[in-house]
Structure formats: C-alpha cells, structure tokens
Design a protein around this ligand. Structure first.
Ligand code: NZQ
Ligand code: ZN
Length: 383
C-alpha cells in the first residue's frame, strides 16, 4: 500500500425521505440560505416545492436563489452567483441537483469568500482560505461529488474544463434519496453508470497494488455491470436506483483510492476536451474515450489491463475484454464512437489542438501527441 490519509468529513443522510433532516441540519449552521439549482428539473419532479416547504419551517429563515446552472457548468455562472453572495451574504449554500450544480456550489463556496474570479483557483492564482458551508441534495447518481473535495468547471474563454480539489470543498452534509433520481432520463442514467465505472477504472489503472482497495474497485464495476443494464430498461425501479446511487458515491469518495496514490485521470482529461468542444455529456464522452484509450495504450497498460480482464471477464485476452466493455456501454445506450454524437472526422484536428493546448496526460500513463492521434483515430474508427 502507498502511504495515504483516510479522511472524509461529509455526513451522508441516505434513503427514503432523508431530507426530513434538512431543516435541523440547516438550523445548526444559520438562517440565511442560498438555494442553487439547474435548469428546472427539480421544479418538474416536485423536489423544489419540498425543499422550500422544509426551509419555511425554520424560524426567521431568509432564502435566496440562484438557478440556471448548466450541465457542464461554466465559470461565468459561478462568478455571477459569487457577486450575488458578496452583496447579500449567506450562512450556507444548499445545492439541489447533480454534479454540475454541486460542483458549482463547491466552487461558489470559496469564490464568494474573496474577490477573485473562480478560475483563479484553477490557475493557482488564488488559494482558498475558507468556504461557506455547502449542503447537497443529490438528484443524479454519477459523479460522487456529494462526498468528495473535487469540482469541475468549464472556462469557455480559454476552452478548458478542469477539476479542482481542496478539503474546503467537501460538502458538510449530503442528502441522498434515490427517489429523486427516478426522474433522471434514460440518457443521463446511462451516462451516470458510465461515469461511476470510469471513476473506478481511473483508480484501477494506478500501478500501485492495494489488495483490498483493488477488490473494492472490481466490486463496484461488477455491481454497475449488474444493475446497469437492468436500470436502463426499468428507470422507475427504486431498488436499482438505490444501488446506483450508493455505488456512484463510493466510486469517488476515497474508497477506490486508498493506498493507490492517485487515479490516472488521463481519460477524464480527454473527455473534458470533448465536453468543452462539443458540449457532450460527461458520461457520454467517457464511453467513447475509454475503449479508445485502452486500444491506443494497450502495450503501456497491458499488465494492469490483463488483470482487469481476468477480474471482470475471466480471460487474459485484452481485445475480448475491451470489446466486452464497449458492448456494456452500448447496452446502456451510451455512445462508443464520436460519430454517434454528431462529431465528424473532419473535427479531428480541433480535438488534437485542444488536447495539446490543455497538455492532457495521465498521472501514471503519460500521453503524447502520437497517443492523442491514435486515441482520436480509435474514437472515430468504424470497426
Ligand atoms: O439542470 P437540471 O434541470 O437539473 O437538469 C439536469 C441536467 O440537464 C438533469 N437532471 C439532474 N437531476 C435530474 C435531472 N433530470 C431529471 N431528474 C433529475 N433528478 O440532468 C442533466 C445533467 O445533470 P448534471 O448535473 O450535469 O449531471 P452529472 O451529475 O453527471 O454531473 C456532470 C458534471 O459533473 C462533473 C462533470 O465534468 C460534469 O461537469 N464531474 C464532477 C466530478 C466531481 N466533482 O467529483 C467528477 C466527475 O468525473 C465529473 O467530472
Ligand atoms: Zn467522471
């Protein structure tokens, strides 16, 4: 095992009607709340009304709102919300949504405590000293952001989408009620399964042996391969949603990383370029990139890839294994080639340019221009 620190301060309330505890958790922090949410799915599925009625049970509560956070969230929205908080300060931020809303809330929680544009943190021009407490009500199982210190934002000006990590970003409390994910449409349900599998794979491809952690990783991937294909044809199945929610949290809350130093994150870096360039959903990008990365980097990752194949499919034939993973993503209904999301081969140079601009590489599997070209070819290949 590589040396590690196991620390995760997030309190998780998991299960049916767990937001009954929302008011008491907020009262411990204060009375002035900013509710942050997206384009309105929470109004359609009734959660918004439930949240507001819970908040109104708190004496002297003052509720502000900031809505319109986009899928693939952008810096401008966070900077605007930070302006709003600087003008009328709050005691806490209540993020109600998926990864885009919760990541925006996390970055807002540090940006609002100073004057810097939020991207300064990504460029290490600003170091956060404090944060406004964030409470999260999760409505989409995928990223694990509800229980980790990371946040991903997109800067459209310099065509970059990056992750940022700092212990100040851990939510104080997260509420995970699977019933709020019943309304997630088929596509984002499939993308969520891909994302949690990808987080597990990113850690699996760390070359450091950590027996128990490696078993946790394989268990999460197998769990996803079991419920994944069932859930996409049974979206209203609470039990399957419950399994998916808890698997997604564990795929990126430390459980898959202890003793492994860090995940590789090269595939995520490539996917972020696709999201910046084509506004593709994160999970859809990952189901295209992962098989292509495995094929292009086969020789560099062979020993670990063979072990993954044995763990998952009881074969040491890496080509069969990669095909099985591709077929699994396809069975979910997630794309495995760029053409499926309307990106044509003529865009190859644009992708290559963005990968070079953002110096995309893995922590363990380094990527050079020749690798970018090979991965792009596999993302377009018709075979
Ligand atoms: O905006 P609303 O109306 O809420 O609609 C959203 C959005 O259109 C909708 N949605 C969310 N919950 C729903 C729902 N629709 C119906 N019913 C519900 N219950 O789904 C769409 C996608 O939401 P989004 O939050 O973008 O999805 P996800 O949770 O997959 O988050 C993706 C973002 O997380 C980042 C990604 O890069 C991407 O920006 N990630 C964050 C990570 C982290 N912080 O640890 C790690 C991940 O690797 C990932 O990079
Ligand atoms: Zn991800």
């Amino acid at each position: 095992l590589e040396n590690f620190t196991a620390y995760n301060p997030v309190k998780i309330h998991f299960g049916k009607n767990c937001i009954e505890k929302l008011s008491e958790e907020i009262e411990k922090i204060g009375k002035k709340v900013l509710v942050l949410y997206g384009a309105g799915s929470i109004k359609k599925n009734g959660l918004y009304k439930e949240i507001i009625s819970k908040l109104n049970t708190i004496n002297l509560i003052e509720v502000q709102e900031f809505s319109g956070i986009k899928a693939n969230p952008i810096t401008e929205d966070v900077d605007k919300a930070a302006e709003q908080i600087r003008k009328s300060p709050v005691d806490c931020i209540l993020a109600v949504g998926g990864g885009s809303v919760i990541d925006s809330a996390k970055m807002l929680s540090i940006a609002a405590c100073g004057e810097n544009p939020v991207w300064d943190f990504y460029e290490k021009k600003a170091i956060p000293k404090k944060s406004i407490p964030v409470l999260a009500v999760l409505t989409l199982a995928a990223t694990g952001t509800e229980m980790n210190p990371y946040a991903v934002l997109q800067n459209n000006k310099n065509k970059s989408k990056q992750g940022y990590g700092n212990p100040l970003l851990y939510p104080v409390v997260s509420f995970l009620d699977p019933k709020y994910t019943l309304s997630v449409p088929l596509n984002y349900t499939a993308y969520g399964v891909v994302d949690l599998v990808a987080h597990s794979l990113e850690h699996y491809f760390s070359p450091y042996k950590a027996q128990l952690t490696d078993k946790f990783i394989v268990a999460i991937i197998k769990e996803a391969m079991d419920f994944g294909t069932k859930i996409v044809s049974d979206l209203q199945n609470y039990d399957l949603r419950e399994r998916m929610m808890w698997a997604a949290t564990n795929a990126l809350n430390g459980t898959t990383g202890y003793g492994k130093k860090s995940g590789d994150w090269g595939v995520h870096g490539i996917e972020h370029s696709l999201s910046v360039l084509f506004n593709v959903a994160h999970g859809a990008g990952l189901s295209i990139v992962y098989p292509a990365w495995m094929k292009a980097m086969k020789e560099e990752i062979r020993p670990i890839l063979v072990q993954l194949c044995i763990d998952l499919f009881h074969t040491d034939d890496v080509d069969i294994c990669i095909l099985q993973i591709e077929k699994f993503f396809q069975r979910l209904g997630s794309p495995i080639r760029l053409q499926e999301i309307g990106v044509e081969r003529a865009e190859s140079s644009k992708i290559l340019e963005n990968l070079i601009l953002n110096k995309v590489t893995g922590m363990h599997v380094s990527l050079e221009e020749k690798d970018y070209i090979s991965i792009i070819n596999h993302m377009f290949s018709v075979s």
